[in-house]
Write a protein that binds this ligand. Sequence first.
Ligand SMILES: Nc1nc2c(ncn2[C@@H]2O[C@H](COP(=O)(O)OP(=O)(O)OP(=O)(O)O)[C@@H](O)[C@H]2O)c(=O)[nH]1
Ligand SMILES: [Mg+2]
Length: 443
Amino acid sequence: MFEVLSEKLNAVFRLLGSRGKLSEKDIDEALRQVRLALLEADVNFKVVKDFTGRVRERSLGKEVMESLSPGQQMIKIVNEEMVNTLGEGASSKLASVSQPPAVIMMVGLQGSGKTTTAAKLALLLKHGGQKPLLVAADNRRPAAIEQLVTLGKQLDVAVYSEDPKAAAWDICSRAMAEAKKIAATHVIVDTAGRLHIDEELMAELEKIKRVLKPVEVLLVVDAMTGQDAVRVAEEFHAKVALTGLIMTKMDGDARGGAALSIRWVSGVPIKFMGIGEKLDAFEPFYPDRLASRILGMGDVLTFIEKAEKTLDEKKAQELQKKVRSNTFNLEDFLEQLKSIRKMGPIAQIAEMLPGISKIASRLPDGVQEAQLKKVEAIVLSMTPQERQNPGIIGGSRRRRIARGSGTATHDVNQLLNQFAQMQKLMKMGMSGKLPKNMMGMFE
Ligand SMILES: Nc1nc2c(ncn2[C@@H]2O[C@H](COP(=O)(O)OP(=O)(O)OP(=O)(O)O)[C@@H](O)[C@H]2O)c(=O)[nH]1
Ligand SMILES: [Mg+2]
């Protein structure tokens, strides 16, 4: 996601971080490079100007100039102002209603991902214990109705559809009756898209809106369309009063311009993002997480969430207990390793981790995987006693383990040292950040 921008900003940061003191000239030079990187990523020029202006003002203030590590302070400010640009404090939660169902209307241009996203949102709600009803109000193409019906079947979510000859607003009003009948908690309405914004499309959307009285009108925008997406958001917002944005195709090679400009320019919060064609490739939008991803600080929080989902509840609790009582041993470590591998391709996980994300891109394919295998082999070559109590592993045992696992004694030493360090960290009460520490072993 936004690799080029990330890389350029990181180059600036590396330079900044290595400086002892910063002069006004240093700050301006760094900001000039940040400005260039943002403009090259197709970020709206007004957004860039505002952003660098805020960073400059704060960087020249006491908090940076008088601090011990001015470069790092400045990086912190860049991070904070980027979060601010992306919509600090914006809630990605859907509005709730006192009388269900909550109606969510999906609008957007053709091919932006409305139908797919409607299904993704339904799946997310279903996983959250809700009962969504999908409504096929795109009667312009019979295939569109078919598409939604198929998706609904796939997800086991109810879909309301009719003969495409009926008017979209009539379909919607009957869909509402159906929603009451089946006691749906949410009604997600898929509407027709056009290649361009036109009067007819807007008139239809306004009419549907009057019938549905939605709590959410979500504009689905394709992140790959850059500044066009920003313009589309402004126009839709002026006509149908949007409550939120969903950025799709964030997994593609979008440069970042749309995502970084759209909130600031339109004033509408981004609520979710689509990160793939699969129906679970969908995430609530967190400005702070995206900012740290762009800035190459890794996305520890997303990673932890992913880890938590994979680890089953009970195991997680056991683990917590062990960490707290400081009886976490190499056997538990191996268990952890296996669950980390269950989460998906290591490269994808690595991208979310601080430190690793930077080196991951430079490693040839397969090295990460090989690293994990090596650690696994070493642990498997230990006896159960050794795994439970690594303290007993002296020189001759280390040599035996290295031989048994096809590694060098040096590898075994390194693993044991890092494990000891991790235990120390855990003792210091960093138990909440377990996955990060685990992966820290491979840095
Ligand atoms: N890679 C990727 N593809 C996506 C994402 N969201 C949607 N798509 C793809 O984009 C294409 C268009 O998606 P649709 O959901 O049909 O778009 P739509 O807005 O309903 O299109 P119309 O109904 O024709 O206006 C499909 O091939 C989707 O699989 C995403 O987050 N990532
Ligand atoms: Mg569609």
